[in-house]
Design a binder for this molecule. Structure first.
Ligand code: PMP
Length: 285
């Protein structure tokens, strides 16, 4: 087997037609999502992803109609039936289908769709360090909700692609917020800096692992305070974090070399600690 999908508990082929014309996800982007990595046939940090999913649902007032155990079961089924052991699982819940009108419909059942695909390897890029560009942050003011409404993120990522870069890092009113699909960290004089987890960024599961687990374990001080692009340009090291991105060292930041243009020592330690955590939770990476 390979990539497959799951709709309301039923396994499907990914080319099967499932969307109903009047699904609110399809018409309004009225839904939320999560992406969880699978290593060695086991989901990594699933509880944290599902906790964030429930929070996103609450913030958008979409009823949560699946328990954690059910959602965990769907993840297990996709892994088993696909036979994939290094993969990414996408989960989406929309408010459901109803005649098109902006206000929430009543008595509508949310629609759950999921898919599993093989994970992409970033090994070469990780060893060399990635290139990133700065772009204006054109998103709304609730970036803390993992909404499927991703237009500004898509425009940002496309600009990165056209610039030959791995990621576009967004800047709002001079402040560096986060990547189009990753969080942004820098190292200055041995201290780790990242944007506070407020409404202007997504509280990444990987970001939380770094801030709450890996940094304390490595004796690193974390500063969660806004900083501008000029400060970022003077960083000793820069890296991105994310479920698919994992820990990605940045070698070139908007045309400038970061440090000596190679992954730095603090970033390397965090990468090793992250890999060790995956091994601990999933058996191996
Ligand atoms: N910020 C944004 C905008 C993202 O889309 C992602 C990836 N989902 C992240 C940060 C990283 O979050 P996580 O570590 O939970 O994947």
């Amino acid at each position: 087997m390979g990539p497959i999908g799951l709709v309301d508990g039923r396994i499907i082929n990914l080319d099967e037609k499932v969307a109903v014309m009047e699904d609110r996800g399809y018409q309004f982007g009225d839904g939320v999502y999560e992406v969880t990595r699978v290593y060695n046939g086991r989901p990594f940090a699933l509880k944290s992803h599902m906790d964030r999913l429930y929070r996103s649902l609450r913030e958008l007032r979409i009823p949560a109609v699946y328990t954690f155990e059910e959602l965990a079961g769907f993840h297990r089924r996709l892994i088993e039936e696909s036979g994939l052991d290094s993969a990414a699982i996408y989960l989406q819940i929309t408010r459901g289908a109803a005649p098109r009108a902006h206000a929430f419909p009543e008595n509508v059942v949310p629609c759950l769709t999921m898919s599993i695909r093989p994970a992409k390897s970033h090994a070469e890029l990780r060893a060399a360090g990635a290139k990133i560009v700065f772009v204006p942050d054109e998103r709304w003011l609730r970036c803390d909700i993992k909404s499927i409404n991703l237009l500004a993120n898509l425009l940002a990522k496309q600009r990165a692609k056209e610039a030959g870069a791995y990621e576009a890092v967004q800047v709002r009113e001079g402040i560096v917020t986060e990547g189009s699909s990753s969080n942004f960290f820098l190292v200055k004089d041995g201290v780790l800096w990242t944007h506070p987890a407020n409404n202007l960024i997504l509280r990444g599961v990987t970001r939380t692992i770094i801030v709450e687990k890996l940094a304390p374990q490595l004796g690193l001080t974390v500063v969660e305070k806004p900083f501008d692009a000029a400060f970022a340009r003077k960083a000793d090291e820069v890296f991105l974090s994310g479920t698919n991105t994992e820990i990605m060292p940045v070698a070139l930041l908007d045309g400038d070399k970061v440090g000596d243009g190679r992954p730095g020592p603090v970033t390397s330690k965090i990468m090793e600690a992250y890999d060790a955590l995956i091994t601990q939770e999933c058996g191996r990476k």
